[in-house]
Design a protein around this ligand. Sequence first.
Ligand code: PSV
Ligand code: MN
Ligand code: MN
Length: 424
Amino acid sequence: MQIEKYKLEEHNHSLQKEHQRKFDFIAADIKDVNGLLQKLIDFQVAIPSWALGTGGTRFGRFPGGGEPRNLEEKIEDIGLLHALNRSSGAISLHIPWDIPENASHIKALAAQNGLKFDAMNSNTFQDQPDQELSYKYGSMQHVDKAVRKQAVDHNIEVVKYGLELGSESLTVWLSDGSCFPGQLNFRKAFQNTLESLQEVYAALPDHWKMFVEYKAFEPNFYSTTVGDWGQSLLYTSKLGKKAYTLVDLGHHLPNANIEQIVALLLMEGKLGGFHFNDSKYGDDDLTVGSIKPYQLFLIFNELVEGMDAKDMNHATDLGWMIDASHNVKDPLEDLLQSVEAIMITYAQALLVDRKRLAEAQNNNDVVTAQEILQQAFRTDVRALVAEARLRSGGVLNPLSVYRSEKVRESLIKQRGSKTVATGL
Ligand code: PSV
Ligand code: MN
Ligand code: MN
């Protein structure tokens, strides 16, 4: 479904006066407000194709209705988000959940919706019905070379699909590991995995990147073969310059200092990108910014500082993606909230007075350093984000338009109340 343009304009018009007052107030305090707005306009966050349906828990799934029944409908859903916020201009596919049967048609549909293809994701953490060998005891780490080869071949096939669509990166997340002490020889598992990744790497086109995602736990609960950023960095360093570490915010042990990890990976030129989400206990895949917004701010603070130090392009030099799953919310509303949280946090990080912060750090003035960060974090930047949306053709309040236009109701009417999107 599409919301007619005049409805978007009507909405903006009805909020314009109130918005202008708030925008003028904050803009008065910013030196180069247009430069900042341009950064916000350029920044795009990819939406994973598997986040458009209601995700399940280990215990059940409660689909909300109107879920996309195929890849075309997933693209339409993301197109709708992008039309509202102008910051969701990319889609990330998971194979085999979203095999593009007719790539040129899928590519054209995405382009019509203003979308690019972000990283392709392979899946060797589930057995597919037609699959010859099982991944029960791992995929790229497996003791049996034939299983490893199957996993490698699958990844190479995913790259082929990505090439047809114009994607330029492959994300490999392995659930490989072990559930009990003694189950695995850690060294052999690592070496097998490295060898398998090297085979995939060798098949990667020159202009592609490979992201190696790490995760400390789940579904294996004793060891994970790409368990943390150190292990991922070992793999990506050995693989070569097209390989990077991918940080999923939910994949750390409790209280890990993610901002420090990010700063060092960036310094080493090995940070590839993000899977944004939030969590309280584990890989909860909750809405971005809903639990630990200050942590997200500190991460963005390191990103802005580190990328500027290396003269990197904020919008294009790293992969920005959401990896969330919703059990009780309308997935599209949740994604609007997540993108908004990312944009707000990015804007706050852009406000940090870097010169004064460096001075405070050099003078060991701990209080001032903390004050500078908190000053930015405590600034209400919502009018800046809204203005960026407005200038790029979006709406002042995406959620309110989504509700007033009864998008979910229309999707249910169109697709039915019992549809279940592919994914976890
Ligand atoms: C695993 O928890 C993960 O974060 C990986 O990125 C997967 O590809 C994704 O979730 C979807 O299951
Ligand atoms: Mn992830
Ligand atoms: Mn995850």
